[in-house]
Design a protein around this ligand. Structure first.
Ligand code: ADP
Length: 179
């Protein structure tokens, strides 16, 4: 599914984010930038050791924020390592922190004059964030951002399963017809 919001195409696809050819791909990192399982492990494996070295030099990133490294061996030129929250009960500021991870990633992309960025569903794997709530936060944050920031021509969400893609599609339809 694809829609246009402001100057930006928002695209929802199913796939493996390590294969994306956008200027940047976003990693669902942990606050130590230590690498791990899930999409983080896949990105570090595909990107090669320079990424792990760059992350080690940066040293860490607070939850709700993001940092940028080169793309190593990936097709994407940059990796934005975004740190989403671990989901507890929804009452520990999880939505604000998740939104912050997306927002900082978008700002980093614009500050580096990038035109396209691809996101995974941050926090919805090992970190346990319910996919429907996470989709709402992710899509609302991006829709708000592209209203006032004209620099990005493509924001893509790369979902790892048909059911996650369906949730994103339904959420995007609802958010864009409500307006
Ligand atoms: P977190 O710790 O932030 O929850 P995970 O990596 O466990 O991060 O999961 C985040 C999301 O990334 C999940 O929806 C998971 O299915 C998805 N995912 C895992 N591998 C990939 C991949 N190669 N490309 C895109 N998404 C992926």
């Amino acid at each position: 599914m694809e829609i246009t919001a402001g100057n930006t195409v928002l695209s929802l696809v199913k796939g493996d984010i390590t294969l994306e050819q956008t200027d940047a791909i976003v990693n669902a990192a942990n606050s130590r930038l230590a690498g791990g399982g899930g999409v983080d492990g896949a990105i570090h494996r595909a990107g090669g050791p320079t990424i792990t070295e760059e992350c080690g030099k940066i040293g860490g990133c607070p939850t709700g924020s993001a940092v940028i490294t080169s793309g190593g061996n990936l097709k994407a030129r940059y990796i934005i390592h975004a740190v989403g929250p671990v989901y507890h009960n929804g009452k520990r500021g999880e939505d604000r922190l998740l939104s912050g991870a997306y927002h900082t990633s978008l700002e980093l992309a614009v500050n580096h004059k990038l035109k396209s960025i691809a996101f995974p569903a941050i926090s919805t794997g090992i970190y346990g964030y319910p996919i429907d709530q996470a989709a709402e936060v992710a899509l609302t944050t991006v829709l708000d951002f592209v209203k006032t920031n004209k620099g990005l021509s493509l924001v893509r969400f790369v979902l790892f399963s048909d059911s996650d893609l369906k949730v994103y599609e339904n959420t995007l339809k609802r958010l864009t017809t409500e307006k």
